[in-house]
Design a protein around this ligand. Structure first.
Ligand code: NAP
Length: 473
């Protein structure tokens, strides 16, 4: 069998493992196995690529491998679970930068006469695409990282005519690309190359600028998709089939994830990318404020215990505040004491609760909450009226009834968990802070709602302590 056939067979095996792995990542119970299978696929792809006869010197490859392994291991150990969105943003950015460097290297190899492309038009087009998409991904991801890490303001930065300016830059980038692909003049090609490389880097930054920090997860999924497309184009440049396949898989899965998140927020991708959502929270708050009536009724940890002690059906609805206060472990403890007290406990998970896809699932899994107890929004809503108590832990937008009732609300149409339908609702939050959308929430003022104020972790520790003191007596 020729080495070519052997290598491509191994690449097909690696691609099958990627697809199987991706499928398994879709369910919590199989996610670890899926991650492992994809890892094995990547290992096969790397080893086979390194054995390729086209590799004539391993020095820089070994340097890259050692440096990458050390940095990767350090990040895996040091980066906190809550900082994962930033981490993913950076990784996407480096993926884009790597593709950009591959494109630039090939440009200079051809210019220097080291290689003569077999299909000059095709090669020039993929070099252009690799640099354009890689450049946008790199600076866009770095900006997203800075927003999430709070190195830069999370506020959407908008100015009038912003979309027009971005559109002009995009057109200039396309024009430079067409010139580069079609011109036979090396000097003109160099100028066009410099223009579209620079503009792609500027565009990454300016396209992310008008998007609010809370929408960064969608942006990151989109940038992840772009990094895949850039890698796919780079795969054509270096003639590596498995890079083309892996790039396509990343490209499509990023788009699917973005679509899922947009659907769960009832917003279009265009609205997320171009509307400047999050630039003026005060205005957003006013939009829904007219319909808010009633009064906030505080409850103490002791009284909360009294309500929960009598409850038989309890649903816990976690949100971003649980992540902020890192309350997941004490939430699991509360579920355990409730169960020991004879209650059936479920966790209702909204697809966009928190600030990244699967945020709540990850935190609850970290606290060893059994997967079977996590119930998706569509499954919990029909049984919500049978719940004695709904405990809303740092969730706000995902339980805001205005999304279902108030046509004037900016979040109207976003599917919510119907916490308000439970017999009693206990909401844990620190004060009168709004959620990501900046809107007031009628749930907190409803007759069946009680507010347990304070940091979620401390409040829950108070309630759990009450249960424990009961058990001790
Ligand atoms: P949310 O609407 O952002 O509300 C979080 C609430 O937690 C706030 O009202 C805050 O009130 C409270 N809180 C903050 N820190 C707390 C602490 N230490 N202890 C107790 N409470 C605390 O959260 P959500 O209901 O989870 O909704 C998520 C939002 O993010 C949605 O609007 C969604 O569309 C958006 N989003 C999510 C994703 C994703 O992938 N998950 C992506 C993009 C956008 P206080 O300040 O009064 O404490």
């Amino acid at each position: 069998m020729s080495p070519e056939i052997l290598i491509n067979s191994a690449y097909i095996l690696a691609s099958i493992l990627f697809v199987l792995g991706l499928k398994m990542l879709g369910r919590q119970a199989t996610a670890r196995k899926g991650n492992f299978l994809s890892g094995v696929g990547m290992l096969i792809a790397i080893v086979v690529t390194l054995l390729d006869r086209h590799v004539i010197d391993y020095t820089w490859i070994v340097v890259g491998l050692v440096a990458g392994t050390v940095i990767g291991l350090a990040c895996a150990r040091l980066v906190k679970m809550t900082a994962m969105p930033e981490m993913v943003a950076l990784l996407n950015g480096f993926g884009g930068l790597a593709s950009l460097i591959v494109g630039a290297a090939e440009f200079f190899r051809i210019r220097g006469g080291t290689v003569m492309p077999e299909h000059p038009l095709f090669t020039a087009t993929v070099i252009y695409l690799t640099i354009l998409i890689g450049g946008i991904t790199f600076t866009g991801s770095v900006y997203a990282f800075c927003k999430l890490a709070e190195w830069l303001s999370g506020r959407a930065l908008t100015f009038s005519g912003q979309n027009f300016v971005n559109g002009l830059m995009l057109i200039a980038t396309l024009a430079a690309g067409v010139l580069y692909v079609l011109t036979g003049d090396p000097q003109l090609a160099l100028i066009a190359f410099a223009v579209f490389t620079l503009l792609s880097l500027v565009l990454g930054w300016t396209l992310v600028m008008p998007i609010g920090g809370g929408d960064m997860p969608v942006v990151i999924a989109m940038l992840n998709s772009l990094s895949g497309v850039a890698a796919c184009a780079a795969g054509f440049i270096i003639n590596n089939n498995v890079l083309v396949v892996a790039g396509c898989l990343v490209g499509t899965s990023g788009v699917i994830l973005s679509a899922i998140m947009c659907k769960a927020m009832n917003r279009s991708l265009a609205n997320v990318l171009f509307s400047g959502f999050g630039s003026a929270p005060a205005a957003a708050g006013a939009a829904g404020a007219g319909t808010i009536q009633g009064e906030l009724k505080p409850i103490s940890a002791e009284d909360c215990f009294g309500v929960l002690e009598a409850a038989r059906q309890v649903v816990i609805i976690p949100g971003y505040g649980m992540a902020v206060s890192q309350a997941q472990h004490v939430v699991r403890e509360l579920a355990e004491v409730l169960e020991r007290n004879g209650a059936e406990v479920r966790f209702a998970i909204h697809p966009v609760a928190g600030r990244m896809p699967g945020h709540m699932n990850v935190l609850l899994a970290e606290a060893s909450v059994p997967y079977e107890q996590l119930i998706e929004m569509d499954a919990i809503n029909p049984v919500m009226p049978t719940m004695d108590v709904a405990i809303v832990i740092g969730a706000n937008d995902v339980v805001n009834p205005a999304a279902a009732r108030d046509k004037s609300s900016p979040i109207y149409g976003m599917p919510i968990i119907n916490a308000h339908e439970a017999r009693t609702v206990i909401c844990l939050k620190r004060g009168k802070g709004t959620g990501f959308s900046g809107l007031e929430n009628q749930l907190f003022l409803m007759p069946n709602t009680r507010m347990l104020y304070g940091d979620a972790k401390a409040s829950l520790q108070g309630v759990v302590a009450e249960f424990k003191s009961l058990a001790a007596t």
